[in-house]
Design a protein around this ligand. Structure first.
Ligand SMILES: *[C@@H]1O[C@H](CO)[C@@H](O)[C@H](O)[C@H]1NC(C)=O
Ligand SMILES: *[C@@H]1O[C@H](CO)[C@@H](O)[C@H](O)[C@H]1NC(C)=O
Ligand SMILES: *[C@@H]1O[C@H](CO)[C@@H](O)[C@H](O)[C@H]1NC(C)=O
Length: 544
């Protein structure tokens, strides 16, 4: 009877489960009753079953309702549609992975006698939680990157070596398969593994993850195509770490018996010895957090001073992780040039980084382009742009160019500014800029640097307004001066810090100094010509 029922259900299971649902809604009667663990509530994927399996506290869809339970893993389920009972032995391997064995549905009997029908070689089914959505966990293979060899049933694909790289999100690993000319059935391909669940049974370690084909990311891959189960073993070498991994051929954990026996096997070996990683120097990491001048990026030094995390702070979350790989040259408290391994999303490679110390709270960073090998990273002859970094706790320093100056901006500039004021006025209505309208704009503007007791401030003054900046660091480079300064009265919406760049020369007639000055809000842009470019530009003449 049970066997006939089983066959019948195999053929018509889909339709019948719907009928069953209807029946269980309409025909209500009380049952002995037991409950499943609350954590199981949700929808689960099982290979071979087209729709997800819903579990709640009392029911497992397509199986029945909890009727009796014993020793936490044995359940007697009542199938109302067929008025029969089955035993399920369910093991929670991980909060996202349930594995079970079951009997056919049979006539009512005690839990123990029905459950006895389950034999040792009964098939083991795996269910993976889909809803509520699982949160991926860190992959158990580290430290990435690795090189690896793989085998898909014939020979090992050893040369050229394949590579596995970490992503900034450590629950993802990028597997770059290479084709081996001497091994048919190998092809180059990039897969991304998202690690969902890992657990240990005896001495065997399991992992369940989802694999996606990076090149075909836009096509929708089914759960059957993406869920894979792994058995793995770590091997500690003298200086390296290896992982021997077997991967299931389908979306089950069946057919895996040892780390070297699966539909596909791999051997990952670390390529980088963590202990040999270099460290960023103390004159950089003495402040753990740095910001770009406009505060849109945060630079955070972590993990034993060997890792730099660069994050966007403007809402869009994007993180880059740079690990010190090798130091090429350095001069204590002056500059350092190094190669770093960089990871962004699942992309990685090597970049050349040069840090210049410009004061106790100011750094400049030059970051080269992405190269695959560390050897190439600093061999690039292009000069990368400078990024200015500041700490949150800036220390005022003495300003350069101490003295009083008059602004001698060009007529064109005055005209432009007058027009701007007229526009402002028509926008703002009358009254707001009476002062500007009355005066000859710009004519009597002055700049005083470090005057009186305040050697660390610059004041820009016109008849109408005054803006005071505090100096936080300055240096000279190639005939140009650089100064990092921020307005004293910083509005919270515009916490702008400027890089002022200037050139100075003495007037032909002697005595007076001519200074061309530009302020740039984002960085000390070497392409901006002082007095001409930038967010602010002035030509100044000293008043003795
Ligand atoms: C569990 O699911 C069954 C079948 O879908 C339904 O009849 C029952 O009311 C649900 N129980 C709870 C507690 O939600
Ligand atoms: C990191 O650098 C800081 C500042 O130089 C130092 O105090 C700290 O000990 C360093 N940490 C490690 C793990 O090297
Ligand atoms: C400053 O002088 C230079 C030429 O010496 C001129 O090109 C530039 O436009 C001037 N800048 C301003 C803001 O007037």
């Amino acid at each position: 009877m049970a066997a006939i029922l089983k066959m019948f259900r195999l053929r018509f299971g889909g339709i019948l489960s719907r009928v069953y649902l209807l029946l269980s809604l309409t025909v209500y009667s009380s049952y002995g009753g037991c409950t499943f663990p609350a954590e199981w509530t949700g929808s689960w994927f099982q290979s071979g079953i087209p729709s997800l399996i819903a579990i709640n506290s009392t029911h497992i869809q397509m199986k029945g309702e909890c009727s009796e339970t014993e020793s936490f893993d044995k359940f007697l389920l009542y199938d109302r549609a067929y008025d029969c009972y089955k035993c399920m032995v369910i093991h929670e391997k991980h909060k996202y992975v349930l594995q079970y064995k079951e009997t056919y549905c049979s006539l009512k009997n005690s839990l123990s006698s029905i459950c006895e029908e389950i034999t040792g070689d009964a098939p083991l089914y795996s269910m993976f939680r889909k809803e509520p959505s699982p949160v991926p966990e860190p992959c158990p293979f580290h430290p990435a990157p690795f090189t690896f060899t793989y085998n898909r049933g014939s020979h090992d694909c050893v040369y050229p070596p394949s590579r596995a790289e970490s992503c900034t999100d450590d629950s993802r690993l990028l597997l770059r398969y290479m084709a081996c000319p001497d091994v048919p059935s190998t092809e180059s391909n990039v897969e991304e593994l998202v690690c969902l669940a890992s657990w240990k049974e005896g001495s065997t370690r399991y992992l369940v993850g989802q694999i996606s084909q990076v090149q075909r990311r836009n096509s929708i891959a089914s759960d059957e195509d993406t869920y894979r189960c792994f058995i793995y073993k770590a091997q500690h070498g003298d200086k390296s770490m290896s992982y021997i991994i077997a991967q299931s051929g389908d979306a089950t954990c069946n057919g895996l018996s040892s780390p070297s026996d699966g539909s596909r096997t791999m051997k990952l070996t670390t390529t980088d010895d963590e202990h040999n990683r270099c460290h960023f120097p103390s004159w950089i990491v003495e402040h753990h957090k740095w910001f770009s001048l406009d505060h849109t990026h945060q630079y955070h030094f972590t993990t034993k001073n060997a890792t730099l995390k660069i994050m966007n702070t403007n809402g869009t979350y994007e993180e880059k992780r740079l690990v010190c790989h090798s130091i090429l040259e350095q001069k204590e408290k002056k500059h350092i040039k190094l190669v770093a391994h960089v990871t962004r999303g699942c992309e990685s490679g090597h970049v050349c980084l040069t840090f210049h110390r410009r004061g106790s709270s100011v750094l400049e960073l030059q970051q080269g382009r992405l190269w695959e090998t560390p050897q190439d990273a600093c061999s690039d002859h292009q000069i990368p742009p400078y990024i200015t970094l500041i700490t949150t706790s800036l220390t005022p320093t003495r300003c350069p160019l101490i003295g009083r100056y008059s602004i001698i901006n060009s007529l064109a500039d005055k005209r432009r500014r007058r027009q701007q004021i007229n526009i402002d006025e028509s926008v703002n209505g009358e009254g707001t800029s009476l002062c500007a309208v009355g005066g000859d704009v710009g004519e009597d503007e002055t700049v005083s640097v470090g005057c009186g007791n305040a050697q660390d401030t610059i004041e820009f003054k016109s008849t109408c307004t005054s803006t005071v900046y505090t100096c936080y660091g300055s240096w000279q480079e190639g005939g140009r001066g650089f100064l990092i300064a921020a307005p004293v009265a910083r509005s919270s919406t515009h916490p702008r810090t400027f890089c002022f760049m200037y050139t100075s020369r003495s007037n032909d007639t002697g005595g007076n100094m001519l200074v061309s000055l530009s302020g740039v809000a984002v960085s000390c842009d070497r392409g901006a010509v002082p007095g001409r470019h930038g967010d602010k530009a002035y030509n100044l003449t000293s008043n003795g």
